[in-house]
Ligand binder design. Sequence first.
Ligand code: BEZ
Length: 212
Amino acid sequence: MGLRLGDTAPNFQAVTTIGKIDFYEYLGDSWGVLFSHPADFTPVCTTELGKTSQLKDAFEARNVKVLALSVDPIEKHFEWIGDINETQNTNVDFPIIADEDKAVATTYDMIHPNASESFTVRSLFIIGPDKKIKLIITYPASTGRNFVEVLRVIDSLQLTAQHSVATPANWQHGEDVIVVPAISTEVALEKFPKGVKVVKPYLRYTPQPNLN
Ligand code: BEZ
């Protein structure tokens, strides 16, 4: 059975473009984004890694370390990074795993044989500082992911880990959030001094609590 939300993200050692790493050591106490792409020197993957690199400051601001992965060899990764930097106007400095023996891809169930026998699909895992898997998404090779959406989910995960709230559909940082059903309105009014708007007994909003 594949990995599921709440499972511990398996540790691994891997050859990457920043040298050999131990996944847990690389993450330290940070959040992590581990994502696979089908192959080097392919157009959609080039834009995905470029976009991730361009968002470096946004990931750092959220204490997130990113790692990409494909089953291509390390020499190909190094060569391809030159193309990514040139065409996407960036400087890729996060590690790209060369998973030639497919060890990590197999552990993380990134190869879906009915999509491709040999290449990884576009899997993405968000991993918390507790090493638990917080989000899993899988996209087909033909569709590039939205890394701004990945940041939005991280904002939600980091907020909801600290406060008794959940985030509504299409929520963006700064917008009102939902009071979780597990707490009463009486308790919510104590916890959220900015106020609680009761639309229905089960649908209650409060201003984002970690903002001044
Ligand atoms: C791409 O990254 O452009 C791509 C990779 C595999 C199949 C189709 C597109």
